[in-house]
Design a binder for this molecule. Structure first.
Ligand code: PEP
Ligand code: MN
Length: 357
């Protein structure tokens, strides 16, 4: 689907990187919403977030304050002049949020995985001119993410942005949700005009990761940040470990180094020419390797040998990672590349086996 996105900026919101959306994970009480909003507004934040309906892994926990919280958001908007943003997951949410004057909608990661739910939201928003931000689905599936964006676009919502909030994984050693940066990078390649926000709070899951993740997002040229910020993070009813105070948020934002996007110096062009050359050589070498591999395939076929020679594969991996280390390449990286190359060699040899039958 061809998509021409329109600006998500409302009057008074500066488009300079990063565009910041901040506020607590959840609205908890009128006092908590207003205290957080006032403090954030005092730090120059223009878009205030809070979850009203919270999708939780297990039932029985705090699932958001619901409709009542919309009134508190509205008060925060009237009092501070900030725009207000919340997550919607159903038609009922959309209608209530529109009625309450919510300015920005976002679709959560657990909703983005479900085309029925996304379509229901798109249909409910049809004909309404409102900016919507779409989080990546919890699983690393770029097509599903783009599909959700297309559903909204198809309903006439052209003021869209994406939010990268990381991908769910069993491995929680460092991140709560793995960043897998290549996915938003590929999204940028596919939809160059779509603004991309980073949600360091849900990627990191802990306060100390907010600053480095914000910086990484800026280094990758993301357009904005959506950060969970609470007036009293330790007492938060949801996601307490990852929320920061408005003061800390301000500190983090002030430390960000924003790199220029459009400057290409002569030196850089020269280095890029070198990269182009090296890539060409790499591809020629790969093609040559595949030719040899096909010859081996013919030999195996003629001598009735199986394609897979496991000891040989093990030896290649071992020997090449050592070679890689001595060349200052990470062993994991070398293994990963050789695994891919080997897979393609096997595929090529399988074609040969079939052809000669
Ligand atoms: C949130 O932003 O509070 C939230 C629930 O996020 P996600 O959908 O990314 O889990
Ligand atoms: Mn949260």
């Amino acid at each position: 689907m061809e998509m021409n996105f329109e600006s998500i900026l409302l009057p008074g919101v500066d488009g300079k990187r990063p565009i910041v959306i901040a506020g607590p994970c959840s609205a908890e009480s009128e006092e908590q919403v207003l205290d957080s909003a006032r403090a954030l507004s005092g730090k120059g934040i223009k878009i205030f977030r809070a979850g009203i309906w919270k999708p939780r892994t297990k039932p029985g926990g705090f699932e958001g304050v619901g409709m009542e919280g919309l009134k508190w958001m509205k008060r925060a908007k009237e009092e501070t002049g900030m725009y207000i943003a919340t997550e919607v997951a159903t038609k009922v949410h959309v209608e209530a949020a529109l009625e309450a004057g919510i300015d920005y909608f976002w679709i959560g990661a657990r909703t983005a995985v479900n085309p029925f739910a996304v379509q229901e939201i798109a249909d409910a928003l049809s004909g309404v001119d409102i900016p919507v931000l779409i989080k990546n689905p919890v699983n690393p599936d770029l097509e599903l993410w783009i599909g959700a964006i297309e559903r909204l676009y198809g309903a006439g919502i052209h003021r869209l942005a994406a939010i990268h909030r990381g991908f769910s994984s069993y491995d929680k050693k460092i991140y709560r949700n793995l960043p897998l940066w290549h996915i938003p990078i590929e999204l940028r390649r596919r939809l160059p005009n779509l603004p991309i926000f980073c949600d360091p709070s849900h990627i990191g899951g802990k306060r100390e990761l907010i600053a480095p993740l914000c910086q990484q997002a800026m280094d990758l040229n993301f357009d904005g940040l959506i950060v969970e910020s609470h007036c009293n993070p330790d007492k938060a009813w949801s996601d307490a470990f990852q929320q920061i105070t408005p003061d800390v948020l301000d500190y983090v934002l002030n430390l960000l180094v924003i790199r220029e996007t459009n400057q290409t110096t002569e030196n850089l062009s020269e280095l890029r020419r070198q990269i182009d050359n090296i890539d060409e050589q790499l591809l020629e070498l790969l093609a040559k390797r595949m030719r040899v591999s096909r010859e081996i395939g013919i030999y195996k076929k003629e001598h009735n040998m199986p394609i897979l020679q496991t000891p040989r594969y093990g030896e290649i991996l071992e020997n090449r990672s050592q070679m890689g280390s001595s060349l200052d390449l990470s062993a994991d990286f070398v293994k990963e590349i050789l695994k891919e190359i080997h897979e393609e060699s096997v595929r090529q040899q399988m074609i040969i086996m079939n052809e000669l039958k």
